[in-house]
Design a protein around this ligand. Structure first.
Ligand code: G
Ligand code: G
Ligand code: MN
Ligand code: NA
Length: 257
């Protein structure tokens, strides 16, 4: 990464952000159950900068708070449009990543509630994704906040599951709906067959705890079929669809009633 002065981050971060949307598909029916919003930043000279590079900078500078608000607003606005445009828009969940720093905002839940009310969106159509490591680093704050979200009927998902160090005992106490298995497990299956067993175990465990499972990073038809056989609920990955801009995602949704 580069020092933030070099990026002119403060000035330039105010514009040229876009949200892309990647479908999350029900593995049994093939229908789109939701979209994950993924932020993109078009730098005037560098071109597309990956969130892997600018999210840490935004966190360091505190800009993640404003950026995070903008992402939530834009994603909810998009969902509002889909619900208005398509009868089956009401089956679509919008999944938004939260930085663990956003968990420190004491007004987060009330701000989100206000946003959902303004957009006339039912709370259950928003799903927030928090990484397993972000959750564990901020366990006290996070737990409180997650409970409040759950009480409000907002859905919660643990992202990058399997890469952090949450004990299974703790998982039992987390008020979440969904585990998203980190894509590194699927990537390893090509040369390491035990990874399938880990994936299978995570799916069985999650189901025992009443959670749904998303496998991310599906890149082949074989992976898709094996996940179906393991009773994985949802999938996401290039083989199904790459993240797309708003008009691409809208066109895809139009074809997927
Ligand atoms: O497409 P991908 O390159 O989008 O994203 C890379 C990383 O950036 C992922 O770990 C993803 O969770 C994170 N990321 C993408 N969009 C957002 C966002 O809107 N907010 C936060 N906090 N992280 C995001
Ligand atoms: O939020 P999270 O860390 O889960 O971010 C998802 C990341 O995975 C994004 O960068 C997204 O662009 C990327 N991604 C989505 N599908 C695939 C895929 O099939 N393969 C790989 N390698 N990355 C993917
Ligand atoms: Mn995610
Ligand atoms: Na992930």
């Amino acid at each position: 990464t580069y020092p933030s002065e070099q990026w002119g981050l403060e000035l330039e971060m105010q514009s040229d952000f876009r949200l892309y949307y990647q479908p999350i598909v029900a593995l049994d029916t093939g229908r789109i159950s939701g979209f994950e919003a993924l932020v993109r930043w078009y730098h005037p000279t560098r071109g597309m900068v990956s969130p892997v590079d600018f999210i840490p900078l935004a966190e360091e500078t505190g800009l993640i708070m404003d950026l995070g608000d903008w992402i939530l607003q834009t994603a909810c606005y998009q969902l509002r449009e889909w619900q208005s445009k398509f009868p089956h828009g009401l089956e679509v969940t919008m999944v938004v990543n939260l930085s663990s720093l956003q968990l420190h905002n004491p007004h987060l839940v009330s701000q989100i509630q206000q946003l959902l009310d303004e957009m006339n969106l039912d709370n259950r159509y928003l799903k927030l994704e928090i990484t397993e490591s972000g959750l564990m680093e901020n366990e006290e704050i996070a737990l409180d906040l997650l409970r409040t979200m759950r009480e409000a009927g907002i859905q919660l998902s643990i992202d990058d599951f399997g890469t952090g160090y949450s004990s299974l005992a703790r998982l039992h106490n987390l008020p979440v709906n969904t585990l998203k298995i980190d894509k590194s497990f699927l990537q390893r299956t090509t040369f390491d067959h035990e990874s399938w067993e880990i994936i299978e175990t995570i799916i069985i465990l999650a189901h025992k705890l009443g959670l749904t499972v998303v496998a991310e990073g599906i890149e082949t038809g074989d992976q898709f079929e094996l996940l179906q056989r393991l009773n994985c609920d949802y999938g996401q990955g290039y083989w199904l669809s790459r993240p797309m801009d708003a008009s691409g995602a809208t066109a895809l949704l139009a074809k997927n009633p």
